[in-house]
Design a protein around this ligand. Structure first.
Ligand code: URP
Ligand code: ZN
Ligand code: ZN
Length: 460
């Protein structure tokens, strides 16, 4: 069965044009002014009159079914990719996080098992939590034989999955030599632990102490240190979930002096501020994530980075925990599982606040939500493009339609939304993934196990 999207305006990272798109056998087979002649009996037709058609969104940062801080994130690969699909994200890149002392290849096997139930396509990054001889030896295999060319190390989470500078240097050298790209969670783990212990001893136990325990200056320091080491060891690196002015300024300075480096930010750092931590009745725990939501003013720097191209991608860091899980930290904010939902709302929030807010145009929107991600992670032009031969992943988007975001209507299993009550103008109306209509006028018809693994090329 084939799918025809008629009368829409195709928007890519380069330009826009009125055209129909015909999809068969999972790929785009024709693009042109009037493709009605190709229609066969049984084809599904979407009339996109007055609407925009984007390449399927690619979220470069999710954590489905992640064992973390004594519990497991609330969306598995089925509900997580369904939630993504409902919001126009047809591919998610999830982080394999190996246990300390474990093998990367074994951990990857576990992630493949969990991901087999995905409704949308998926790829993986590999987290490096332990600089053992075995892990370092496995890195080239992971790139060469398993289609994973991006890695992440944690400078935070000391005593758990965090690593020290010696490990960081080993990872930078090994990943670069293997043709991979190392991304960093940049926060100073030692200072955070000192502050957390002191705050708890002083009786400062509520979620409102999460941000002060890991202030922006500690993100700036870690970005600066990582970039200094990366410069010395000639390693390209990226900074994930950049949240603050301090981090952005350290990063921009390195870019200005010519260093190869990349950056990702997230909607929560663009549209929220730390007033969320003043919510009563432990509701503030919803927003306990790392890095934390920053005081007002930091987001302007991140918007600047998206405008001037220094920040390349927007991921959600979707890592949802239900309130009953968050309550594990009711007596100490340090025990609140870190993370929040968001995979469903990336496109609509970025359209409303980014394009609607005058920060960038529709082309940059497509670049940030899809094309840049596909290019950065070795999936382009299979993904991230509207081209004959590309995967038929397409989003039909009504720029005039408004909706209100709520945990009551989202498709994640999380019982909270970071954006509860937010009104956005510009809404995903239909989604085609691998040529099949997955969302039609708001009606989600996904299929467990229909998603495919997308292996990725090493960096050239
Ligand atoms: O709080 C967060 N971000 N949880 C997920 C793990 C990570 O650091 O990305
Ligand atoms: Zn992180
Ligand atoms: Zn994350």
């Amino acid at each position: 069965m084939a799918t025809l999207i008629k009368n829409g305006t195709l928007v890519t990272a380069l330009d826009e044009v009125r055209a129909d798109v015909y999809c068969a056998d999972g790929i785009i087979t024709a693009i042109g002014p009037d493709l009605d002649g190709r229609r066969q009996a049984g084809d599904e037709v979407i009339d996109a009159s007055g609407q925009l058609v984007f390449p399927g969104g690619i979220d470069p940062h999710t954590h489905f079914e992640l064992p973390f801080m004594g519990t497991v994130s609330a969306d598995d690969f089925e509900s997580g990719t369904a939630s993504a699909m409902a919001g126009g994200t047809t591919t998610c890149i999830d982080f394999v996080i190996p246990a300390i002392g474990g093998s990367l290849v074994d951990a990857l096997g576990g992630w493949h098992e969990k991901a087999a139930k995905s409704v949308g396509d998926y790829a993986f990054h590999m987290a490096l939590t332990d600089p053992s001889e075995r892990v370092l030896a496995e890195i080239p295999t992971i790139v060469r034989d398993h289609g994973i060319s991006s890695f992440k190390a944690f400078m935070a989470y000391k005593g758990a999955i965090g690593v020290d500078d010696e490990a960081l240097i080993a990872f930078m050298q090994t990943v670069t030599a293997a043709g991979g790209l190392l991304w960093l969670h940049a926060e100073n783990g030692d200072a955070i632990v000192e502050r957390q212990k002191r705050f708890i001893a002083e009786g400062k136990t509520g979620p409102e102490w999460h941000e002060p325990s890991r202030p922006a200056i500690l993100e700036g320091e870690a970005v600066s240190r990582a970039l200094t080491l990366a410069r010395l060891y000639e390693a390209p690196i990226g900074i994930v979930h950049m949240s603050s002015r301090d981090a952005y300024q350290a990063y921009a300075e390195a870019r200005v002096r010519g260093q190869e480096a990349y950056a990702e930010t997230c909607p929560q750092y663009l549209v929220l501020d730390d007033s969320v931590y003043r919510k009563p009745d432990f509701e503030a725990a919803t927003f306990v994530m790392s890095p934390p939501i920053r005081p007002a003013g930091h987001s302007e720097w991140l918007w600047n980075g998206l405008e001037n191209g220094l920040i390349h991608t927007v991921g959600t860091d979707h890592c949802p925990f239900r309130m009953e899980q968050k309550r594990m930290g009711v007596n100490a904010f340090t025990q609140i599982p870190n993370g929040g939902p968001g995979v469903e709302h990336r496109l609509e929030l970025l359209w409303h606040h980014g394009v609607g807010g005058g920060h960038f145009d529709a082309q940059r929107f497509v670049a940030l939500t899809s094309t840049n991600v596909a290019k950065m992670y070795g999936m382009y032009p299979r993904k991230g493009a509207i081209r004959v031969g590309s995967d038929a992943d397409l989003v039909v988007f009504d720029p005039t339609k408004s909706r209100t975001i709520s945990a009551g209507s989202h498709h994640s299993r999380c019982d909270r939304s970071l954006y509860e009550g937010f009104e956005v103008t510009g809404a995903v109306t239909s989604v085609v993934a691998n040529g099949r209509v997955q969302l039609r006028e708001g009606d989600l018809r996904v299929e467990r196990g229909a998603g495919r693994y997308v292996p990725r090329a090493a960096r050239g």
